[in-house]
Design a protein around this ligand. Structure first.
Ligand code: C2E
Ligand code: MG
Ligand code: MG
Ligand code: MG
Length: 289
């Protein structure tokens, strides 16, 4: 485009596509600033076991907007992935998970609450990844066993041969791997057999339909069975009603997450919930909050 006449360039910039591209570039440079100044925050959405006990939380990034509210991950994570800035977002998320773990350990070492972090395929294939993991969580197996990495099946499959050995090495440290949004990608049996994972997370688009669509119900029931037969824990995301929660538990789901139980929570609200869980485990515990 550099060799084009100026009036032509102006014309191109005015086109809708270039406008969107310019917006994205501006957003990315603002994201750089937000990362460097550590202005990204992480909400924690609780996950519960089939028996109703608190299992842990998934950390979900939020970018506070100067005008109030948040820029949501759906807007900037795909851009961050294209620009490799995602690695720095993941680092901040690891640090948030580590801080949460430390706070809970301080309350009681017995709480056993897990933290799930969403990672991208490019995080895993980055040569700095093992070191970043180690920097944040060290090598205490008790801590590593409380960390779960969520990665979409699509991201894994796009770079299967390279990522499988990395996933295997990560799992050897005791960190759990969850396949996120399962059912929205290729969902082939071959891939399911190949991907080393501990957890299968059924996408909310299927979960939502189980009571209304016999087809969704069949797919979810079979997926739960298949995942379990392969030795995985099954998590349902996007659980919005009691009825759906009951159906999932009756059909063998191991963990549930969704607005019916809780929205993603700001850190102080999450800590209150965690402290309540700790109180039940240790009746003589009194949280200082
Ligand atoms: P995801 O990991 O599949 O997370 C689930 C999304 O569904 C979250 O949206 C969550 O807030 C939302 N959700 C949870 N329960 C319900 C429910 O009952 N009903 C409905 N309708 N929605 C529910 P969110 O926070 O906007 O995140 C969107 C996606 O952005 C995530 O999908 C994940 O892929 C990505 N993401 C979020 N945080 C991070 C991050 O720190 N790093 C990376 N790499 N990706 C992230
Ligand atoms: Mg996730
Ligand atoms: Mg998901
Ligand atoms: Mg999703």
């Amino acid at each position: 485009r550099a060799g084009q006449a100026p009036n032509r360039t102006v014309h191109l910039f005015d086109s809708e596509q270039d406008g969107a591209q310019r917006d994205n570039l501006r957003l990315l440079s603002e994201l750089r600033g937000a990362i460097d100044e550590r202005r990204l925050i992480f909400h924690a959405q609780p996950k519960f076991g089939a028996d109703g006990s608190l299992w842990g939380a998934e950390l979900l990034v939020r970018w506070p907007h100067p005008a109030g509210g948040f820029i949501m991950p759906g807007r900037f994570i795909p851009l961050a992935e294209q620009s490799r800035m995602i690695f720095d977002v993941t680092r901040l998320c690891f640090e948030a998970a580590r801080d949460h773990m430390a706070q809970i350990r301080e309350m009681t070492p017995r709480a056993g609450l897990h933290f799930s972090v969403n990672i991208s395929g490019s995080d895993l294939s980055d040569p700095r990844f093992p070191e970043m993991l180690h920097d944040a969580f060290g090598d205490d197996p008790a801590d590593l066993a409380l960390l779960e990495l969520e990665i979409t099946e699509t991201a894994i499959i796009e770079d299967l041969e390279r990522l499988i050995p990395v996933l295997e090495r990560v799992r050897e440290t005791g960190v759990r791997i969850a396949i996120d949004d399962f059912g929205t990608g290729y969902s082939s049996l071959t891939y399911l057999k190949k991907i080393p994972a501990d957890t299968l997370k059924i996408d909310q688009s299927f979960v939502r339909g189980v009571l209304e669509s016999e087809r969704d119900a069949i797919l979810v029931r079979r997926t739960i069975q298949l995942g379990k037969d392969l030795g995985m824990d099954i998590v349902a995301e996007g659980v919005e009603t009691q009825e759906i929660a009951d159906w999932l538990v009756a059909n063998g789901c191991d963990r549930l997450q969704g607005y019916f139980f809780s929205k993603p929570l700001p850190a102080p609200e999450w800590r209150e919930l965690a402290a309540d869980r700790v109180r039940r485990l240790t009746p003589d515990f009194t949280a200082s909050e």
